[in-house]
Design a protein around this ligand. Structure first.
Ligand code: CP
Length: 320
């Protein structure tokens, strides 16, 4: 059984196939189609944390692929009254054909994948957010490939993305992992103490990938030569008690017009959203022509549909 818990659960060739499928699904959306690879299935969407984009794009995507989406808030399940994750996974596997999970501890996803008998997809954990990074790289590849679906992944090769602000978060980890997989340089700039941790370094080693990232405390150094500038909220879900300290420490890393001007000409501004204008990004950057934030949000739908379709195909192949 194949799962998608981290970027490196797919090979580079598989990412290329997913990107080509995402482009085709985007183009054909709304047209009569026979491409419903999850026909007759039911997929659970289990959320332990708040969500707008992930929740809605998966719900719509599962339905468009022919399956019935079963929305599950963790608070409403017996999990919240002490039923174990293992028993929950075993029970859900008897009803569902796949499970999309947004949770805190990444280990919970791994437990669901290990004990259940259905594919599990990571819709964000405290460690990684792989559906977001695959979407973000696809969004850039759409622009850089000149409309050639076969050249989407290739167009990323040798590019540089600067990631500013909270460089010790799940999004930064995911950029480190996806960058190494796809040959993209990742320049992280954040305060002292926010360098990427041992867990993501261990993951790169486990995947036998050469690191393509570097960390600096100087945001201008990070954006020099960058083709895209990325940021995320400074106060992630669960870090609310550190709010005042984080806002003060990360202030020099706000993506401003001056920082964008120091990147490569034509560099894109990216954000996984929700954004806080005036904190991690200046309003004028958020609303500028360089900003591709809503294309990213839209592409969550197309990329995730391609991920689910790919899992369906490879898992069906493994059974036959
Ligand atoms: N970017 C993202 O994952 O958005 P949501 O938290 O709204 O799902």
């Amino acid at each position: 059984m194949r799962h998608f818990l981290k970027e490196t659960d797919f090979t580079r060739d598989e990412v290329a196939a997913v990107f080509a499928a995402a482009a085709a699904l985007k183009k054909s959306r709304g047209l009569p189609t026979l491409h419903t690879p999850l026909d007759g299935q039911s997929w659970g969407l289990l959320f332990f944390k708040k969500s707008t984009r992930t929740r809605v794009s998966f719900q719509v995507g599962v339905r468009e692929l022919g399956a019935f989406p079963v929305m599950l808030n963790a608070e409403d399940l017996q999990l919240s009254r002490g039923e174990t994750p293992a028993d929950t996974a075993r029970v859900l596997s008897r009803y569902l054909h796949g499970l999309v999970v947004r949770c805190h501890e990444h280990a919970l996803l791994e437990e669901f994948a290990n004990v259940g008998g259905i594919p599990v997809v990571n819709a964000l954990s405290d460690f990684l957010h792989p559906c977001q990074t695959l979407t973000d790289f696809f969004t850039l590849a759409e622009r850089w490939s000149g409309g050639n679906p076969a050249g989407l992944v290739q167009s990323l090769q040798g590019r540089k993305i600067a990631f500013l602000g909270d460089t010790a978060c799940n999004m930064a980890n995911s950029f480190i992992l996806a960058g190494a997989l796809l040959g993209v340089e990742i320049a992280l700039a954040g305060p002292d103490g926010y360098a990427p941790g041992s867990e993501i370094k261990a993951q790169l080693e486990a995947d036998k990938l050469a690191p393509t990232w570097a960390f600096t405390t100087n945001p201008f150094e990070a954006v020099r030569g960058a083709d895209a500038v990325y940021t995320d909220v400074w106060v992630s879900m669960g870090a609310e008690t550190q709010k005042e300290e984080r806002l003060r420490e990360m202030r020099p890393y706000q993506v401003t017009a001056a920082l964008m001007a120091a990147a490569n000409p034509g560099a894109y501004f990216m954000h996984c959203l929700p954004a806080h204008a005036g904190e991690e990004v200046a309003r004028e950057v958020l609303d500028s022509p360089a900003s591709i934030i809503f294309d990213q949000a839209e592409n969550r739908l197309h990329t995730q549909k391609a991920i689910l379709a790919h899992l369906a195909e490879v898992n069906a192949g493994a059974k036959s």
